[in-house]
Design a protein around this ligand. Sequence first.
Ligand SMILES: Nc1nc2c(c(=O)[nH]1)N[C@H]1C(S)=C(S)[C@@H](COP(=O)(O)OP(=O)(O)OC[C@H]3O[C@@H](n4cnc5c(N)ncnc54)[C@H](O)[C@@H]3O)O[C@H]1N2
Ligand code: MOO
Length: 403
Amino acid sequence: MLSVEEARARILAALAPTAPETVSLPEAWGRVTAEPVVARLTQPPADVSAMDGYAVRAADAQEGARLRVIGSAPAGRPFAGAVGPGEAVRIFTGGFLPAGADSILLQEDAEAGADGMVLVKETVRHGRWVRRRGLDFAEGEAVIPAGRRLSARDIGLAAASNHAWIAVHAAPRVGILATGDEIALPGDPIPAGGIVSSNAHALAALVRAGGGAPVVLPIAPDDTAAIAAAARAAQGCDLLVTTGGASVGDHDLVQQALGPEGFALDFWKIAMRPGKPLIFGRLGRTPVLGLPGNPVSALVCGVLFLLPALARLSGLPGDPPRTRRAVAGAPLAANDRRQDFLRARLEEAAEEGPPVATPFPVQDSSMLATLARADALILRPPHAPALPAGAPVEVIVLGELGL
Ligand SMILES: Nc1nc2c(c(=O)[nH]1)N[C@H]1C(S)=C(S)[C@@H](COP(=O)(O)OP(=O)(O)OC[C@H]3O[C@@H](n4cnc5c(N)ncnc54)[C@H](O)[C@@H]3O)O[C@H]1N2
Ligand code: MOO
């Protein structure tokens, strides 16, 4: 059995970022830049006022001085002339600083007279309230690097630097194929001995959280021909994810079904719990991630392997999920050779210190309710010794992953 780290490394090594495409700014949020965004202008384009007030020469604007107001410079309508000695120009936030002026007299520090003069009530410091040309960024500057997932802030920056379109990696299309005779879609009639399929829906949501576009395929029964046909249909996807049929039972048919289709197995089985019978390989050009059917196993494998795979396909490195330090809220048993991921509640420490992670007492991999209520997964490395309550542990915080 492979370690979690080795399995993840092999999955990532087999994946390449999707091709770039050009999308409009509102579409670009959450996507990963395929090339740097280079500013097409300098911002601000000129020295501008940061406040409403008067553009003045600081040398003239001593407390008690009276300056002649010779014009006005609102944002978008620069004053054409120049400010000479003893003069001022009425200016508003964002207005271009007129020639000759070097500072702004704040409106609150001035008193306009009916005679076209303005009284300086507070001495003006040279350069005060002037935003220099290029303060924010300069034309030609790479304001956003390639390989960055675009935040709302980045979208604003791209717009300000005069880009209406951005080259990003295509959102990875992930085919999701749930298999099993016993499963039915929520709301559909449930066959005798059947259960409702939760995996496809949960995984589709996880794919969205990871920046991908889920393509949920119809459920395939435990029948090699049906599984093969469904998998063939999904070959246009950047990744095919199956759930169920990954284990050793007579009805666990994913490998049997895909074999004759030319499936090349990379590995099967990982030293982890839940999630041992994970399959990874390639069907033609399409990488295939075969997740176990147990709902918690499928989602935990989704966190550990599918999210990094989505990141890699999206143009990011595909780092493992970030772990944080916590302390055990209950004693933990010694672990065997499989790395364990325990569903746990996470609570702030009573006093200062790391949060407290308390595992749910029953960790059966069919139990979705405990997964939904869990805030975190406690990592228990292979062969970890028993730990008392209060001992330090590493946790993956599920909320941080958007799950
Ligand atoms: N003799 C052994 N039996 C099992 C082993 C083993 O090593 N030796 N491994 C166990 C482990 S661990 C897991 S995990 C499961 C994984 O099995 P499969 O991937 O083959 O999944 P299925 O057998 O098809 O289903 C398992 C379980 O999950 C339910 N299921 C399946 N699909 C869905 C779905 N879309 N939504 C909700 N629930 C689903 C299914 O009804 C089963 O109850 O194998 C163990 N057995
Ligand atoms: O690994 Mo299975 O996923 O333990 O239930």
